[in-house]
Ligand binder design. Structure first.
Ligand SMILES: [Ca+2]
Ligand SMILES: [Cu+2]
Length: 364
């Protein structure tokens, strides 16, 4: 009996710890995948995602913690979603695939087009040059609240020259294409008879049939010491320690696939989704109640941080994601980007509905 108060204290301390670490996880209910078998032979390079009902979102506190450092807090509340089955590209679209599209259509990407005075009436003439946004490591430690320290607009950067005119993609046919703006991704998808995934489809697919796991492969970042995704190690944004074997982008299929045989659903490059971005969209769905059926995103974009920009959702995180600044290789966390802005860590993959050539009713 003497030890009783002591035991109680321990028990309380333990249970509050448990709530801190796993309380959000309890909101995840099991994924119930559809049982239907694939409707036809898989289109080349695509895998069947059965669809079903799952809990969408990420258990993050938004303040940085050991479990979920620096993940954004727009990925809650966790809510129940149903998606229909679909085909999905097993990998991100590669340079050689994108080149085929460009050769067939003569398509010119946004980054290759010279911005006009009409589009940007107040911009000085010297700024009206074709280019795109490129990451460069800093030569010293910098505060992590100013991304202009490591991102800059580089004249001549585009998908053929991802880091600027001095760079190229020779020998990189199997690398994901990057410096892709949303209209570029859409144009490719249309040409391929496909479309871009909704955010719900992307997350259902990324979870690979698992329920409420931290990563697309499970709860441990490096199971058995194995690297499961291309991310950043070391001090961000100064020096990537390259412990996972890849500085910058890795060729597709460099890391193990998830439960649906999809590669790089976390890390390597961010990927476009078709949903407009709003940080409060999950709250809107939760307030509505019930199971959201094939959600297509909000009707219009709004990011309070940059209210004049039209942004769509990015998913998956990239080779720049790390545990100090942005750990959005955590499944269920969200990214966002202005639709006409490509970067050297942003690409895409496509999906296709069974039997209708990939067309899908959307309200945008
Ligand atoms: Ca890496
Ligand atoms: Cu990141």
């Amino acid at each position: 009996m003497k030890a009783f108060p002591f035991t109680i204290t321990i028990a309380l301390a333990f249970s509050s710890l448990t709530i801190l670490a796993f309380g959000d996880t309890a909101e995840f209910q099991p994924t119930i995948g559809n049982k239907s078998s694939p409707p036809a032979k898989a289109p080349e390079g695509m895998v069947w995602i059965p669809g079903g009902e799952f809990s969408m979102g990420a258990a993050v506190n938004g303040e940085g913690s050991h479990e979920m450092p620096m993940a954004s807090n727009d990925s809650g509340p966790i809510h129940r979603v149903r998606v229909d089955g679909f085909w999905m590209d097993a990998t991100a679209v590669t340079n050689e695939q994108f080149e085929k599209f460009v050769k067939a259509t003569g398509y010119v990407t946004i980054a290759e087009r010279t911005p006009t005075k009409e589009e940007f009436p107040t911009a000085p003439a010297e700024n009206l040059v074709a280019g795109s946004v490129v990451f460069a490591p800093t030569d010293h430690e910098v505060p992590l609240n100013d991304h202009y320290q490591w991102w800059s607009y580089v004249k001549g950067a585009n998908w053929r020259h991802p880091l600027g005119p001095e760079s190229d993609i020779k020998g990189k046919g199997k690398y994901p294409v990057v410096q892709i703006a949303y209209p570029d991704a859409e144009a490719y998808a249309k040409w391929a008879g496909k479309r871009l995934p909704t955010e719900a489809e992307f997350e259902f697919a990324a979870r690979g049939g698992l329920s409420g796991k931290t990563y697309v492969w499970g709860d441990e970042f490096r199971p058995g010491g194995k690297w499961m995704a291309n991310t950043w190690q070391g001090k961000f944004p100064v020096k990537d320690a390259v412990e996972d074997g890849y500085a910058g982008i890795a060729p597709v299929k460099s890391f193990p696939p998830n439960g649906y045989d999809l590669y790089d659903m976390a890390g390597n490059i961010w990927e476009w989704c078709s949903d407009w971005y709003r940080p409060d969209y999950y709250k809107a769905l939760t307030d509505k109640g019930g199971v959201a059926n094939n959600p297509q995103g909000p009707d219009s974009p709004f990011d309070p941080a940059e209210p004049n920009e039209k942004k769509r959702v990015h998913r998956g995180g990239s080779f720049l994601c790390n545990d100090q600044y942005c750990s959005r290789y955590i499944v269920g966390t969200r990214g966002k980007g202005e639709v006409n802005t490509g970067t050297n860590h942003l690409g895409f993959r496509c999906v296709k509905a069974p039997g209708n050539g990939g067309q899908h009713t959307t309200q945008n």
